[in-house]
Ligand binder design. Sequence first.
Ligand SMILES: Cc1cc2nc3c(=O)[nH]c(=O)nc-3n(C[C@H](O)[C@H](O)[C@H](O)COP(=O)(O)OP(=O)(O)OC[C@H]3O[C@@H](n4cnc5c(N)ncnc54)[C@H](O)[C@@H]3O)c2cc1C
Length: 409
Amino acid sequence: MQTKVDVLIIGAGPAGSTAAALLHQEGFRLLVVEKQHFPRFVIGESLLPHSMDLLKEAGLLPNIEQQNFMQKGGAVFLRGTETCNFDFSSQFTAGWSYTYQVPRAEFDKTLADGVAAKGVEILYGHGVTAISFDATNATVTVQQPDGKLQTVTARFVLDCSGYGRVLPRLLALEEPSHLPVREALFTHITGDRRPAGREEGKIWICMHPGGAWIWIIPFSDGRTSVGAVAEPSFFADYPGTPEESLRAILTSDPNASKRLAEMKFLFSPQRISGYSCAVKKLFGPQFALVGNATEFLDPVFSSGVTLALASANRAAKLTARHLRGEAVDWQKDYAEFLMQGVDAFRAYVTGWYDNTLPQIFFAAQKSPDITRQICSVLAGYVWDTSNPYVSQAGRALPLLAKVVRAPSP
Ligand SMILES: Cc1cc2nc3c(=O)[nH]c(=O)nc-3n(C[C@H](O)[C@H](O)[C@H](O)COP(=O)(O)OP(=O)(O)OC[C@H]3O[C@@H](n4cnc5c(N)ncnc54)[C@H](O)[C@@H]3O)c2cc1C
């Protein structure tokens, strides 16, 4: 194990691997410390097209393209007999027309192996347990698999620990999310009766009549990820074992029940709740928070991995400048940049749960231009401020909902 590095990266998920790849290209000495052994399961399996730009820039896209993951060409929202089908080939922002649906065990291992193959040291089974700072360095305590502690000195630390939220916890940076507590119950299945052609790989988001929403994410090996998201009171209406509860939810939605009539669960459904989170600040003199260690909103628009990659991309570039002795305005160039994307998605998440977006999605009349603009947000292009449904989303969405609600003259 190296004990003196330029950058120590906590976590080898998508954020950690992307940051490592970019900093390695710049010639810095790196150490990635990962608590688990890969492959390991993590939720978050549907990418957005903008993630392709970010993987390409990190030099990791060829590794992903070799994996034969399911191509995802869009997102379909379903409510009873109504359907709203977004296709990423029809977008306002010039960008990728597809991305992938990825079992995260394979996806994250592919990225981490790609980074290791470039020459970056990744220590698996090693967890960061403490940190202290002096004027120039961070001293990081790492617990080895045998339980022994080792210290590493780093000029900068990127916290890419995702749900581990290592620095937010160690430095007391945690803030409660303003979003209500929601819960997800999910598993992988076989027996998914998929649509054919380009439609096969799209994510389905079904609005359950009882107030939940359901994801259906098809993988290329025949497995499909399914899950239900709602406030905890919804799940109280579906008692029993996790299997019984999830099965009852899926079979009581008209669209999911048809598609999943022959489903077989591959593992006992897992539950995760209270996952929305926020932090007081995103950086300090010798550290930055990246990916899910920052703020996590909600899974409905599959934005998590794309935001993780975008924040890693930006943090890695700024870290390189900082280490070269250049002045870096982390507030403007990192925090405000990242919040621009997060806030655009926040407007859509809010609109989803307050029924603004469903009114727009399932309206009888739709403007093709506006549909393309909204499609670009769903594709992750939330830094394209020439798109009014990015730059003014908080105002534009309620206005549009009002227009589509109005009776035609
Ligand atoms: C129900 C649900 C559904 C979701 N669906 C989607 C989706 O469809 N699409 C999408 O893009 N996103 C989705 N997300 C979000 C997605 O899971 C995350 O945004 C994404 O995994 C963040 O990546 P990351 O690299 O920041 O962190 P992670 O993927 O969590 O990786 C962090 C790594 O850090 C390691 N680590 C933790 N603690 C330590 C420590 N002390 N020392 C060393 N290493 C440590 C962990 O072992 C882990 O490997 C979903 C989230 C939820 C809750």
